[in-house]
Design a protein around this ligand. Sequence first.
Ligand SMILES: NC(=O)c1ccc[n+]([C@@H]2O[C@H](COP(=O)([O-])OP(=O)(O)OC[C@H]3O[C@@H](n4cnc5c(N)ncnc54)[C@H](OP(=O)(O)O)[C@@H]3O)[C@@H](O)[C@H]2O)c1
Length: 279
Amino acid sequence: MEVMSIPSVKANGATIPLLGLGTWDLRGRTCTRIVEHALRIGYRHIDTAEMYDNEREVGEGLRASGIKRSDVFVTTKIWPDHFAPRELERAARESLSRLRLSEVDLLLLHWPNPRIPLADTLGALGQVKREGLTRHIGVSNFTVALIEQAVALTTEPLVCDQIEYHPFLDQSKVIAACRKHDMAVVAYSPIARGKAGDDRMLARIAAAHDKTAAQVSLRFLVQQSIVVIPRTSKAERLAENAAIFDFKLSPQEMTEIAALARRDGRIIDWSYSGRPNWD
Ligand SMILES: NC(=O)c1ccc[n+]([C@@H]2O[C@H](COP(=O)([O-])OP(=O)(O)OC[C@H]3O[C@@H](n4cnc5c(N)ncnc54)[C@H](OP(=O)(O)O)[C@@H]3O)[C@@H](O)[C@H]2O)c1
């Protein structure tokens, strides 16, 4: 089987493969099988979280693939209920024990939690890094204001902000804040939960490159050095979502795609996290 080679981005000392496999909602045998297959065809980055309830299966897929542990970049995330310092360390240890790994490559704060001082949570996150439970630390769903606060408070460098990003959403402000601090942007829902696959303009651009609309959505992101973590439950789509490094969108196509962004383009509802108005 031909194994593809995937470029990486560098951020505050971390080297992160530009393509990862998202695993939200993948459960049981499907999860194990998809993780194993993805690694066999060349994916080298897997994204999970304690909240996804699949860390055990992700770890099983990793071992079943036969790929060396050190060749795979594994990310997991701490749920905001566990941001009090002692809770955070316990949650990190529990994630590692479900994954059956001695360390992850990247440990993220999954969502902001306004009820616990950010300085305390970041202090604990830095501590688990120093204890060797993770090689790198970062955040997810942080706004520009929160990134600035976090960078000022953290005891260890933050290597990314994982945020919703796809052609239907403008994230230029958060991206600029990340770049200012040498943090990578990791795009979740990079094919807009499948919506990109149905878009007529993306399909037209895709046809010109002999690609699919989903591949154009992913290419739009990686061409800006944004890390993408598309999810699929279908093994045949793993190769499709990875075949995004052998073509280039023109500057005009990039501009056209960026113009798809809408004020209401967000898919993930922030309100469920109890998020107040942060900006
Ligand atoms: N940090 C956070 O708060 C956060 C929030 C949301 C997600 N995430 C992470 O980001 C990952 C990706 O985001 P996501 O799962 O929300 O959405 P996504 O990857 O944009 O979309 C997944 C959906 O698209 C479909 N799909 C996959 N490949 C396709 C293709 N080539 N053509 C057409 N449809 C395709 C999948 O269906 P099939 O299964 O049928 O292929 C699935 O329904 C998650 O799995 C998770 O790891 C993080």
